[in-house]
Structures are given as structure tokens and as C-alpha cells.
Design a protein around this ligand. Sequence first.
Ligand SMILES: [Zn+2]
Length: 199
Amino acid sequence: MPSPSQESAMHIEPWKKGELAISDHDVWCAQVIRTLRQAGPSLPPEVLNMSIPQKHCCFAFGPNKISLPAGAVLRLWSVDPVSTGICPDCGGEVLATAFGGLLNLGGYPGLCIQCGRPMFRWVGGLATMAIRTRPYFEGTPWYSNGCVFGGAYASDGVELAAALGLPAPPKDDRDDGPRIEVGDGGMRLVQEVEVEDEK
Ligand SMILES: [Zn+2]
């Protein structure tokens, strides 16, 4: 299997913009992830063990099978350059905030930590992402410990935000439960669309 550095010479799909408009909740998530990125792995262990806000990661971590924790995602960004990138809209940094997929389609959902736009990068299906990412977390408190097909281990990230000195999140209009669907627009949360008054 090629290492990430070898893969940088191979063809990797660029980050794609999500289909959805940037919500207030996306901007809040970007603030949490940006603050985490800046604080880095020297945060206290109890903070590194708190889950980031995301609803798309098909994997669980550590002995308690928690949703993607801060320490694991910091490590991901440091060891896999494919999990990072540049926003085509604003030039900000794009960071993966989850990984997973279905049979042969999937990759890294993420967001721009400057403008908050949801992003996605095709890499491979659930098994490909498992094989790719498992070594990143071996020997850490956040070893891969389970995955779910067609769903996700989600967290609202409220505990982490508070620990980083950030406010509670605004209402998440897409809060309809963690599920994964892979389509033309990438991998995303499935929305139950309820049309109310037209604006
Ligand atoms: Zn951006």
C-alpha cells in the first residue's frame, strides 16, 4: 500500500465544495476546529479526549468507542496531507473532520476553518479508509475501535467548545441524526427536507 507521501505524487481528487450553503452552525464548527488547530496537541489530555463537532465519521475510537476525539484529528492532520488543503473560495485552510464511506466510495468530509464551508475529498470506501487511517492512531489512546456501515459516530462537540473557551453552538438546522449518503456532491449528512414558508 502506498504511503501518504507516495500518494502525493499520485492522482488525488481535489477538495470539493459541499452542496449546502454555509450555515451559522458551520461557522461555529469552523471556529471550534480553528481554535483546536491553533491550540494543538499540547492541550490537556482530558481535552484531547473530547470529541469534535461532526456527524460524518464512520469510526469510533479508544476503549470507550467515542466519536472522533480532538487528539485523533490533530494527529490525522499531522500525518496525512490528504486530510488538509486550501479552500477554493477564500484561501483558508481546509481540514478533514471525519472519514468513512460506503462500499467503494468515500473519503474525508471536512470544512474550511476560515469561512466554514463544508468540503469533501474522495479517497475511497469504508474499507479503504479503515486501512488508510488505522495506522495513524495505533499506539495512541484513540486507536480505531469499531466502525459502522451507512451511519456515523457523531458528536455535538459542545464539551470541547466549552473547554476551548468558545460559546455553545447555534441551532443546527441539519440536525436530523447521523447518517451517511454518498452522491454526486460527495459524502454528506442526509437531510429530511421540510419545506415551510417560502421566502
Ligand atoms: Zn473558505
